[in-house]
Ligand binder design. Structure first.
Ligand SMILES: [Zn+2]
Ligand SMILES: [Zn+2]
Length: 259
């Protein structure tokens, strides 16, 4: 399983793009501004997009991608998301005011995009990898995805989430993970804001790792707010001494991992 980090920032700035990961050639996890790091010939290869939630930093390049590929698309791009997320996208983005409703274009029978409703814990098989949505805890309906490759590699991507007993229980249910890919949006001094906006801070990442039955081999962290990037990074680096069994990596854009 190839994981390409296209965007992993919690905001914008020079060299900072928001959440978007490519799995092998044809599949995306979220479609934030990181998608803009792919050249046109690579954009043409995208066939499937799994969305975690409707927040702008995770969907902002989806409308532009569809528009960009409109003429070239032969079969619909398959977008997978929770029913509430699809409803929000249709009501607030693909509503002919912000952007055309591409699920009816060029016609309803063979549109350029198809929205597929997903159900937590029901897996979807795509090109040798199963994607199983699982619940997390954020301020809008959100799911993560558990990826299992044919050759047995496992990666769980939480999307945006905070730390809670139910999140721990869910991640425990996923079993052994090679990689836990999650977020760390704020520094610990903004712990209350993290709790309120349902994100993670370094101490919550530490609590999460310490309470998991089986800590993952690696934890990949993203979504650091650009204005507090160095502060969060410093706090996360100090966690490593405490958490010897898990390798902590702070993601950087345009890096590719082979699992
Ligand atoms: Zn969010
Ligand atoms: Zn976000």
């Amino acid at each position: 399983m190839k994981v390409e980090i296209l965007g992993c920032s919690g905001g914008m700035g020079l060299g900072q793009q928001t959440t978007c990961y490519r799995i092998n050639e044809h599949t995306l996890l979220d479609s934030g501004s990181g998608l803009g790091n792919l050249p046109q010939n690579e954009l043409l290869k995208i066939k499937n997009i799994f969305l975690t939630h409707s927040h702008l930093d995770h969907v902002c390049f989806l409308p532009l991608l569809i528009d960009n590929l409109f003429e070239a698309i032969k079969t619909p791009i398959q977008v997978y998301a929770l029913p509430e997320v699809i409803e929000t996208l249709q009501e607030h983005i693909f509503n002919w005011k912000i952007w055309p409703d591409f699920s009816t274009l060029p016609n309803k029978h063979n549109p350029v995009v198809a929205f597929n409703e997903i159900t937590p814990w029901q897996k979807i098989e795509v090109e040798g990898i199963s994607y199983t949505p699982f619940p997390v805890e954020h301020i809008v309906p959100t799911c993560g995805y558990h990826l299992l490759s044919d050759s047995g590699q496992t990666l769980a991507f939480t999307g945006d989430t905070t730390y809670s007993d139910s999140v721990v229980e869910t991640i425990n249910q996923l079993g052994k993970l090679d990689v836990l890919m999650t977020e760390c949006a704020f520094p610990d001094r903004l712990y209350e804001l993290g709790k309120m906006s349902k994100h993670l801070t370094p101490v919550m990442v530490k609590d999460l790792l310490k309470t998991l039955k089986t800590p993952p081999g690696q934890i990949w962290l993203s979504h650091l707010k650009p204005s507090q990037h160095l502060e969060i990074k410093g706090e996360l680096e100090r966690l490593q001494d405490d958490l010897a069994s898990t390798d902590i990596q702070i993601l950087e854009p345009c890096k590719t991992f082979q699992l």
